[in-house]
Write a protein that binds this ligand. Structure first.
Ligand code: NAP
Ligand code: 8YV
Length: 322
């Protein structure tokens, strides 16, 4: 008997729960990481929905699928999906906002503390038997206490970071293009002005044309010698050469990075500096949170094909009212 369910496409590299649930509800077709090219042309024209994994979804891929209506992307950041092209084709793109706010905010605060107090290095000291052999781990030159944190991007996740830092008794400011009227923190329209006033900068902005390499030598120099920089947004926003130089020559004191410009490549200059705390893009990477993201990917496709409305469309591909 032929499968009368709606044909949807997903990468073999998708989260296992995405594949499992899509298989239950849809006629699931799989593509390799190089996209739909390997599918026979007749099969490509049957595809009406797609789940995008880590590599995103290019214009070329969309154009191989003439009847594609919706792309459900895994992750809140959807910079790897060509949303401009999707909009021009009338394809709805969805992302996974909110379900990861707490996890990413928790990890960002943990990364800040690791960076300031050198806790990963202290644990390494113990594991290497150096506590017994060489004595106590050296005092951390920096402390979190009394810091003034500037959050670059006070959206869903930035706000959760700010809320977590309040009980740490830290002063909080933020920089966005549009001030919020629901927070008590000082707003800066200029990242440079904020960097001059704070000693701790946390970046949690999306990858867009306007955020390309905006954290550069000038911003790091304004942050100053007691400065700590943490990035949980996208590596795209940072000039990594400038950052490595600033860490090496003491322009800033330390950095904590979860994201990099050309992942999974991490510049050796950042690996080599002892005052950088580095994570392999794990801010949302717990089993429960990734399951929540996987469910939202699948629920968006289910909702689209049952009601004609996606749950969480991105602003660049709005749904028609009604
Ligand atoms: P969001 O709710 O859309 O918030 C984005 C914030 O950035 C807003 O406050 C926005 O304010 C600000 N912003 C955007 N462009 C800006 C610019 N040019 N200058 C200044 N501020 C700007 O997004 P979110 O859900 O919080 O997620 C933020 C980003 O975090 C994602 O896009 C993703 O790249 C990253 N992320 C990383 C991980 C990880 O695993 N490390 C996990 C989740 C998310 P205005 O529009 O007013 O400027
Ligand atoms: C994920 C992220 O690691 O949601 C995002 O924007 O960067 C992370 O949650 C990523 O989406 C996995 O592709």
């Amino acid at each position: 008997m032929s499968d009368t369910r709606i044909p949807v496409l997903a990468s073999v590299k998708s989260h296992p729960r995405v594949l499992e649930r899509l298989k239950e509800k849809f006629d699931l077709r799989l593509m390799e990481i190089d996209g739909p090219a390997s599918l026979p042309e007749a099969e490509r024209s049957e595809i009406r929905g797609a789940a995008a994994a880590f590599g995103g979804f290019s214009a070329e891929w969309m154009d191989m699928l003439p009847n594609l209506e919706v792309i459900a992307s895994f992750g809140v950041g959807y910079d790897a999906v060509n949303v401009g092209h999707a909009a021009s084709r009338g394809i709805i793109v969805t992302n996974t906002p909110d379900v990861l706010n707490d996890e990413v905010a928790d990890t960002t605060v943990a990364l800040l503390i690791n960076t300031v107090r050198r806790l990963p290095q202290a644990e390494q000291w113990l594991r290497e038997g150096r506590w017994e052999k060489d004595g106590p781990f050296p005092l951390s030159p920096l402390s979190l206490a009394g810091r003034h944190v500037g959050i670059f991007g006070l959206g869903r996740i930035g706000l959760e970071i700010a809320k977590r830092l309040e009980p740490f008794k830290l002063k909080i400011s933020y920089c966005t293009r549009t001030p919020r009227d629901d927070v008590p923190y000082k707003h800066y329209a200029s990242l440079l002005d904020m960097a001059r006033d704070v000693d701790t900068l946390i970046s949690i902005v999306p990858k867009t044309d306007a955020t390309h390499k905006v954290i550069n030598a000038e911003i790091l120099s304004a942050l100053g010698a007691n400065g700590v920089f943490v990035n949980a947004g996208r590596g795209w926003s940072v000039d990594e050469e400038d950052l490595a130089a600033a860490l090496k020559n003491g322009t800033i004191a330390a950095a904590g990075l979860d994201v990099f410009y050309d992942e999974p490549h991490v510049p050796q200059a950042l690996v080599d500096v002892p005052n950088a705390s580095l994570l392999p893009h794990v801010a949302s990477a717990s089993v429960p949170t990734r399951n929540g993201m996987a469910d939202l990917v699948v629920d968006n496709l289910i909702e689209w094909f049952s009601s004609g409305r996606a749950l969480t469309p991105v602003p660049e591909t709005p749904q028609k009212d009604g």
